[in-house]
Write a protein that binds this ligand. Structure first.
Ligand SMILES: Cc1ncc(COP(=O)(O)O)c(C=O)c1O
Length: 416
């Protein structure tokens, strides 16, 4: 049935595609499927009792305020709590530099709204986070990309990409979505210096920084930028890096709470942009997150999350060793030190989208890597999430996936 709307969509919708991940998730919603496809935290770890108790306290003590509109910048005690939390990681800012957003996904959209004119270039890693591409592409972004290896973005290739004049770099230094790789300390220092040299600022997206299961914490770009001697920022937040994080992976994604750190002037502009979007992020959820977190609960909870996800990562790595074809057959995977994902690279001739169809028949799902690649390529890659399924589910799912991959390789060998 035709509607009067079809030929009235704005120009910018022409490049709009629905998220492959969400489309695939629909396919994988059958109850008996083992899904490594989503980026979902483990629901059994959601602190339901603590949230229930906090909600009761909140409604009893501040019910009217919690159910009212509030300032666009966000609930000041929550912003203050975030400022204190970040200071422990060396990010020293004031609450005027912090804006609460409806998930960090909204921060990405606001960044697009504020900074991107149609045709502007954005520098990203290849692969990169699909949700950022969706947000930026809507505003007409074009991409300049730099490939990743096991130490994150290949800085040797950054120089040339920066000379293409991108408006900003969008980088995910910790346990990247989708590849799971972490940018090494040396490379981070190099990135900060190049950013200063070319005068091209950075968006640092860090939803997973707290979810480290091995190795030591590496300073975020926003801190290295402040400390950069060559850049002469005197140890202070220079505003050159806009930093994003979220409560989605440390508390619950359903609360839709994230935050942006940016210079005060940029925050003010973002506030104007956000007013047109949703006036304010849920007052209730913000006050609830503060109530849950103010006694230090989130830190203790994160400790528990780390134990569970760290174990699940190990289970997946062991299962891959056992069930997947030998690396000599061209199958490799990353060994993430944290986060939610690992990344499998299949032989060049293999198409992960075709493999996906076979995998779903075996009741196991993943995300084919191609859509994470704004610079092209990646048809033979796949993203596996290890936070959502149980240990048993991971073992069984990887065994099934291993059979599908092995079968394809065997068929190819026989026909070669
Ligand atoms: C890299 C990255 N950025 C941003 C987001 C959005 O997170 P949220 O909007 O839930 O804070 C995600 C979600 O998975 C992500 O992986």
């Amino acid at each position: 049935m035709s509607t009067p709307w079809i030929d009235r969509y704005a120009q910018r919708t022409k490049r709009m595609t629905s998220s492959t991940i969400r489309e695939l998730l629909k396919l994988t919603a059958q109850p008996d499927i083992i899904s490594f496809a989503g980026g979902l935290p483990a629901p059994e770890l959601f602190p339901i009792d603590e949230i229930k108790e906090a909600a009761e306290t909140l409604l009893e003590q501040h019910g009217q305020q919690a159910l009212q509109y509030s300032t666009t910048e966000g609930y000041p005690p929550l912003r203050d709590m975030i400022v204190r939390h970040m200071a422990r990681y060396g990010i020293v800012v004031t609450i005027d530099d912090v804006l609460i957003t409806s998930g960090s996904q909204q921060a990405l959209d606001l960044i697009g709204k504020l900074l991107i004119n149609p045709g502007d270039r954005v520098l990203t890693e290849n692969p990169t986070y699909l949700g950022a591409l969706q947000a930026f592409t809507m505003y007409g972004a074009e991409y300049v990309t730099v490939p990743n290896d096991d130490e994150g973005v290949m800085v040797g290739k950054l120089d040339e990409a920066l000379r293409a004049g991108p408006k900003f770099m969008y980088l995910l230094p910790n346990f990247q979505n989708p590849s799971g790789v972490t940018i090494s300390a040396d490379r981070r220092n190099e990135i900060v210096k190049l950013s200063d040299h070319y005068g091209i600022p950075i968006i640092e997206d860090d939803p997973y920084g707290q979810l480290r299961y091995e190795g030591t914490h590496i300073k975020p770009l926003v801190v290295l930028d402040a400390e950069c001697l060559e850049c002469q920022h005197n140890g202070k937040y220079s505003g050159n890096v806009i930093y994003l994080s979220t409560f989605s992976k440390t508390l619950a994604p359903g609360l839709r709470l994230g935050w942006v750190v940016a210079p005060k002037e940029v925050i003010q502009r973002m506030v104007q942009a956000k007013q047109g979007t949703d006036l304010n992020s849920s007052t209730f959820d913000q006050m609830l997150a503060y109530e849950v977190g103010r006694g230090g609960f989130i830190d203790r909870h994160v400790q528990h999350i780390r134990e569970v996800y760290g174990r699940r990562r190990n289970v997946m790595l062991e299962a891959l060793e056992q069930a997947f074809p030998d690396p000599s057959l061209g199958v490799r995977w990353t060994r993430p030190q944290g986060g939610l994902f690992l990344w499998v690279m299949l032989p060049e001739w293999m198409d992960a989208a075709e493999l996906f169809v076979e995998a779903v028949k075996e009741k196991v799902a993943f995300v084919p890597g191609v859509s994470f690649h704004p610079g092209g390529g990646g048809h033979n890659t796949m993203r596996l999430n290890f936070s959502y399924e149980s240990d048993e589910g991971i073992k069984e799912g990887i065994a099934r996936l291993g059979r599908v991959v092995t079968r394809q390789i065997d068929v190819r060998r026989k026909t070669a």
